[in-house]
Ligand binder design. Structure first.
Ligand code: ADP
Length: 261
Protein backbone atom coordinates (compact mmCIF):
# COMPACT_ATOMS: atom_id res chain seq x y z
CA UNK A 1 0.00 0.00 0.00
CA UNK A 2 1.24 3.49 -0.80
CA UNK A 3 2.86 5.36 2.09
CA UNK A 4 1.04 8.31 3.68
CA UNK A 5 4.08 10.13 5.01
CA UNK A 6 7.81 10.21 4.56
CA UNK A 7 10.91 11.92 5.96
CA UNK A 8 13.56 13.04 3.48
CA UNK A 9 16.92 14.58 4.23
CA UNK A 10 18.85 16.63 1.67
CA UNK A 11 22.31 18.00 2.27
CA UNK A 12 23.93 21.31 1.52
CA UNK A 13 25.94 21.84 -1.63
CA UNK A 14 28.77 23.99 -2.86
CA UNK A 15 28.25 25.69 -6.20
CA UNK A 16 30.73 27.46 -8.45
CA UNK A 17 33.98 25.71 -7.38
CA UNK A 18 36.21 28.59 -8.57
CA UNK A 19 36.75 27.99 -12.30
CA UNK A 20 33.47 26.05 -12.36
CA UNK A 21 31.47 29.24 -11.86
CA UNK A 22 27.78 28.52 -12.56
CA UNK A 23 28.47 25.09 -14.02
CA UNK A 24 29.98 22.84 -11.30
CA UNK A 25 28.51 22.03 -7.91
CA UNK A 26 28.99 19.28 -5.36
CA UNK A 27 27.11 17.87 -2.40
CA UNK A 28 28.61 18.04 1.07
CA UNK A 29 27.77 15.75 3.97
CA UNK A 30 26.39 18.43 6.32
CA UNK A 31 24.43 20.53 7.21
CA UNK A 32 21.11 19.30 5.85
CA UNK A 33 17.37 19.99 5.76
CA UNK A 34 14.93 17.34 6.96
CA UNK A 35 11.47 17.37 5.41
CA UNK A 36 8.46 15.50 6.75
CA UNK A 37 5.87 15.18 4.00
CA UNK A 38 2.35 13.88 4.55
CA UNK A 39 -0.57 13.39 2.20
CA UNK A 40 -3.57 15.50 3.15
CA UNK A 41 -7.22 15.16 2.20
CA UNK A 42 -7.50 18.51 0.46
CA UNK A 43 -5.55 19.79 -2.55
CA UNK A 44 -2.68 22.27 -2.17
CA UNK A 45 0.61 22.31 -0.32
CA UNK A 46 0.82 23.55 3.29
CA UNK A 47 4.24 24.41 4.60
CA UNK A 48 5.58 24.88 8.12
CA UNK A 49 9.21 25.54 9.01
CA UNK A 50 11.31 25.19 12.13
CA UNK A 51 14.98 25.83 12.82
CA UNK A 52 17.17 28.90 13.19
CA UNK A 53 17.12 31.85 10.78
CA UNK A 54 13.85 30.73 9.24
CA UNK A 55 11.86 33.97 9.79
CA UNK A 56 12.64 35.24 6.31
CA UNK A 57 11.61 32.05 4.54
CA UNK A 58 8.13 32.26 3.00
CA UNK A 59 5.67 29.49 3.86
CA UNK A 60 3.30 30.26 1.00
CA UNK A 61 3.70 27.27 -1.32
CA UNK A 62 4.20 29.38 -4.47
CA UNK A 63 7.05 31.29 -2.79
CA UNK A 64 8.77 28.46 -0.99
CA UNK A 65 11.23 26.38 -3.01
CA UNK A 66 9.87 23.11 -1.59
CA UNK A 67 6.27 24.14 -2.22
CA UNK A 68 6.91 25.41 -5.73
CA UNK A 69 8.85 22.26 -6.65
CA UNK A 70 5.95 20.08 -5.47
CA UNK A 71 3.41 22.21 -7.35
CA UNK A 72 5.47 21.87 -10.52
CA UNK A 73 5.63 18.08 -10.13
CA UNK A 74 1.89 17.80 -9.40
CA UNK A 75 1.07 20.04 -12.34
CA UNK A 76 3.05 17.80 -14.71
CA UNK A 77 1.06 14.82 -13.44
CA UNK A 78 -2.25 16.73 -13.44
CA UNK A 79 -2.62 15.40 -9.91
CA UNK A 80 -4.62 17.20 -7.22
CA UNK A 81 -3.32 15.26 -4.23
CA UNK A 82 -2.51 17.70 -1.40
CA UNK A 83 0.49 17.58 0.93
CA UNK A 84 1.57 18.93 4.31
CA UNK A 85 5.27 19.66 4.44
CA UNK A 86 7.31 20.44 7.53
CA UNK A 87 10.83 21.71 6.89
CA UNK A 88 13.37 21.33 9.69
CA UNK A 89 15.87 23.83 8.32
CA UNK A 90 19.42 22.80 9.09
CA UNK A 91 21.04 24.83 6.30
CA UNK A 92 20.90 28.56 7.02
CA UNK A 93 19.25 30.42 4.13
CA UNK A 94 21.47 32.86 2.27
CA UNK A 95 24.58 30.98 3.37
CA UNK A 96 25.63 30.11 -0.17
CA UNK A 97 25.28 26.43 0.67
CA UNK A 98 22.18 25.65 -1.35
CA UNK A 99 19.66 25.97 1.48
CA UNK A 100 16.80 26.70 -0.88
CA UNK A 101 17.88 23.90 -3.26
CA UNK A 102 18.07 21.27 -0.51
CA UNK A 103 14.44 21.90 0.47
CA UNK A 104 13.35 21.62 -3.16
CA UNK A 105 15.35 18.42 -3.70
CA UNK A 106 13.96 16.71 -0.60
CA UNK A 107 10.45 17.85 -1.54
CA UNK A 108 10.41 16.30 -5.02
CA UNK A 109 12.03 13.06 -3.83
CA UNK A 110 9.50 12.72 -1.02
CA UNK A 111 6.38 13.52 -3.04
CA UNK A 112 7.48 11.27 -5.90
CA UNK A 113 7.88 8.42 -3.42
CA UNK A 114 4.47 9.10 -1.84
CA UNK A 115 2.91 8.97 -5.31
CA UNK A 116 4.55 5.58 -6.00
CA UNK A 117 7.40 6.99 -8.09
CA UNK A 118 5.77 8.20 -11.32
CA UNK A 119 9.10 9.89 -12.18
CA UNK A 120 12.65 8.59 -12.49
CA UNK A 121 15.22 10.47 -10.38
CA UNK A 122 16.55 12.30 -13.49
CA UNK A 123 13.07 13.61 -14.30
CA UNK A 124 12.72 15.21 -10.87
CA UNK A 125 15.47 17.72 -11.62
CA UNK A 126 13.31 20.02 -13.73
CA UNK A 127 10.72 20.26 -10.92
CA UNK A 128 13.42 20.90 -8.33
CA UNK A 129 14.74 23.66 -10.59
CA UNK A 130 11.26 25.18 -10.87
CA UNK A 131 11.22 25.32 -7.07
CA UNK A 132 14.73 26.75 -6.83
CA UNK A 133 13.75 29.45 -9.33
CA UNK A 134 11.59 31.21 -6.73
CA UNK A 135 14.72 31.83 -4.62
CA UNK A 136 17.30 32.57 -7.28
CA UNK A 137 15.13 34.29 -9.87
CA UNK A 138 16.23 32.00 -12.69
CA UNK A 139 16.71 28.38 -13.70
CA UNK A 140 19.89 27.11 -12.08
CA UNK A 141 20.88 23.55 -11.39
CA UNK A 142 24.29 23.89 -9.74
CA UNK A 143 22.89 23.42 -6.22
CA UNK A 144 19.77 21.40 -6.93
CA UNK A 145 21.51 18.76 -9.11
CA UNK A 146 24.15 17.91 -6.45
CA UNK A 147 21.42 17.91 -3.77
CA UNK A 148 19.40 15.41 -5.83
CA UNK A 149 22.12 13.19 -7.27
CA UNK A 150 25.04 13.64 -4.85
CA UNK A 151 28.70 13.85 -5.86
CA UNK A 152 30.17 16.52 -8.13
CA UNK A 153 28.06 17.62 -11.07
CA UNK A 154 28.84 19.47 -14.29
CA UNK A 155 25.96 21.28 -15.94
CA UNK A 156 26.92 20.95 -19.58
CA UNK A 157 23.81 22.61 -20.94
CA UNK A 158 20.39 23.87 -19.88
CA UNK A 159 18.74 23.59 -23.28
CA UNK A 160 18.61 20.68 -23.63
CA UNK A 161 19.22 19.91 -19.97
CA UNK A 162 22.47 17.93 -19.85
CA UNK A 163 23.88 17.08 -16.44
CA UNK A 164 27.04 15.03 -15.95
CA UNK A 165 28.43 13.34 -12.87
CA UNK A 166 32.17 14.04 -12.58
CA UNK A 167 34.53 11.49 -11.10
CA UNK A 168 35.94 12.62 -7.77
CA UNK A 169 39.27 11.37 -6.39
CA UNK A 170 38.70 9.34 -3.24
CA UNK A 171 41.22 11.37 -1.25
CA UNK A 172 39.79 14.76 -2.18
CA UNK A 173 38.52 16.58 0.89
CA UNK A 174 36.43 19.74 0.97
CA UNK A 175 36.17 21.98 4.00
CA UNK A 176 33.44 24.59 4.24
CA UNK A 177 33.74 27.74 6.31
CA UNK A 178 30.41 29.36 7.10
CA UNK A 179 30.75 32.92 8.35
CA UNK A 180 28.00 34.36 10.56
CA UNK A 181 26.30 36.50 7.96
CA UNK A 182 24.00 36.02 5.03
CA UNK A 183 24.30 37.05 1.41
CA UNK A 184 21.28 36.98 -0.82
CA UNK A 185 21.97 34.91 -3.94
CA UNK A 186 19.92 37.28 -6.05
CA UNK A 187 22.01 40.27 -4.92
CA UNK A 188 25.24 38.34 -5.34
CA UNK A 189 24.11 37.51 -8.86
CA UNK A 190 23.10 41.06 -9.72
CA UNK A 191 26.59 42.35 -8.95
CA UNK A 192 28.21 40.11 -11.58
CA UNK A 193 29.48 41.72 -14.77
CA UNK A 194 27.18 41.24 -17.74
CA UNK A 195 30.16 40.81 -20.06
CA UNK A 196 33.69 39.58 -19.55
CA UNK A 197 36.72 40.17 -21.78
CA UNK A 198 37.45 37.40 -24.25
CA UNK A 199 40.88 36.82 -22.67
CA UNK A 200 39.22 36.13 -19.28
CA UNK A 201 36.68 33.81 -20.91
CA UNK A 202 39.49 31.84 -22.56
CA UNK A 203 41.45 31.66 -19.30
CA UNK A 204 38.38 30.48 -17.37
CA UNK A 205 37.66 27.84 -20.05
CA UNK A 206 41.27 26.61 -19.87
CA UNK A 207 41.08 26.41 -16.08
CA UNK A 208 37.80 24.50 -16.21
CA UNK A 209 39.29 22.02 -18.68
CA UNK A 210 42.36 21.67 -16.44
CA UNK A 211 40.19 21.17 -13.36
CA UNK A 212 38.05 18.40 -14.86
CA UNK A 213 41.15 16.69 -16.30
CA UNK A 214 42.74 16.96 -12.83
CA UNK A 215 39.67 15.30 -11.29
CA UNK A 216 39.76 12.55 -13.89
CA UNK A 217 43.49 11.90 -13.42
CA UNK A 218 43.39 12.37 -9.63
CA UNK A 219 46.03 15.07 -10.21
CA UNK A 220 45.65 17.38 -7.21
CA UNK A 221 48.37 19.73 -8.39
CA UNK A 222 46.63 20.28 -11.75
CA UNK A 223 43.28 20.78 -10.02
CA UNK A 224 44.87 23.36 -7.73
CA UNK A 225 46.55 25.24 -10.59
CA UNK A 226 43.19 25.39 -12.33
CA UNK A 227 41.16 26.65 -9.38
CA UNK A 228 41.07 30.29 -10.38
CA UNK A 229 37.83 32.22 -10.83
CA UNK A 230 38.03 35.32 -12.99
CA UNK A 231 34.27 35.91 -13.13
CA UNK A 232 32.64 35.95 -9.70
CA UNK A 233 35.38 35.94 -7.08
CA UNK A 234 36.87 39.34 -7.95
CA UNK A 235 33.50 41.07 -7.35
CA UNK A 236 32.03 38.84 -4.65
CA UNK A 237 35.15 38.77 -2.45
CA UNK A 238 34.30 42.25 -1.26
CA UNK A 239 31.02 40.95 0.22
CA UNK A 240 33.02 38.73 2.58
CA UNK A 241 35.13 40.59 5.13
CA UNK A 242 38.56 38.94 5.43
CA UNK A 243 37.99 36.68 2.43
CA UNK A 244 41.48 36.98 0.97
CA UNK A 245 43.07 36.46 4.43
CA UNK A 246 41.08 33.24 4.81
CA UNK A 247 42.05 32.14 1.32
CA UNK A 248 45.73 32.83 2.07
CA UNK A 249 45.53 30.92 5.35
CA UNK A 250 43.91 27.95 3.59
CA UNK A 251 46.57 27.90 0.88
CA UNK A 252 49.37 28.24 3.47
CA UNK A 253 47.89 25.26 5.26
CA UNK A 254 48.14 23.05 2.19
CA UNK A 255 44.77 23.51 0.48
CA UNK A 256 44.91 23.04 -3.30
CA UNK A 257 42.34 25.78 -3.80
CA UNK A 258 39.88 28.03 -1.99
CA UNK A 259 36.84 29.75 -3.46
CA UNK A 260 33.44 31.25 -2.74
CA UNK A 261 30.42 28.95 -2.77
P1 ADP B 1 21.25 29.63 -0.41
O1 ADP B 1 22.36 29.86 -1.37
O2 ADP B 1 21.74 29.41 0.97
O3 ADP B 1 20.23 28.67 -0.88
P2 ADP B 1 19.55 31.58 -1.37
O4 ADP B 1 19.76 33.06 -1.25
O5 ADP B 1 19.67 30.93 -2.69
O6 ADP B 1 20.52 30.97 -0.31
O7 ADP B 1 18.14 31.18 -0.86
C1 ADP B 1 17.59 31.85 0.15
C2 ADP B 1 16.38 32.60 -0.36
O8 ADP B 1 15.40 31.67 -0.78
C3 ADP B 1 15.79 33.42 0.73
O9 ADP B 1 15.29 34.60 0.16
C4 ADP B 1 14.64 32.56 1.22
O10 ADP B 1 13.59 33.31 1.76
C5 ADP B 1 14.19 31.87 -0.06
N1 ADP B 1 13.55 30.56 0.17
C6 ADP B 1 12.36 30.17 -0.31
N2 ADP B 1 12.09 28.92 0.08
C7 ADP B 1 13.14 28.49 0.81
C8 ADP B 1 13.42 27.27 1.49
N3 ADP B 1 12.58 26.23 1.50
N4 ADP B 1 14.60 27.18 2.13
C9 ADP B 1 15.47 28.22 2.13
N5 ADP B 1 15.25 29.41 1.52
C10 ADP B 1 14.08 29.54 0.86
Amino acid sequence: MAKKSIKVQATASVANVSCGFDCIGYAISEPSDLLTIEKQNKPGVEITISGSKTDSIPTKSEKNTAGKAILSLLNALKCDQGFKVHIEKGIPPGSGLGSSAASAAAAVIGVNELLDNPFELDDLLIHGMAGEAVASGGFHADNIAPALFGGMILILSYDPLDILQLSVPEKLISTTVLPEFTINTLEARNMLPERVPLTSAVEQASNLAGFTLGLHKCDFDLMGRSMVDLFAEPVRAELIPGYYAVQKAAMNSGAIGCGIS
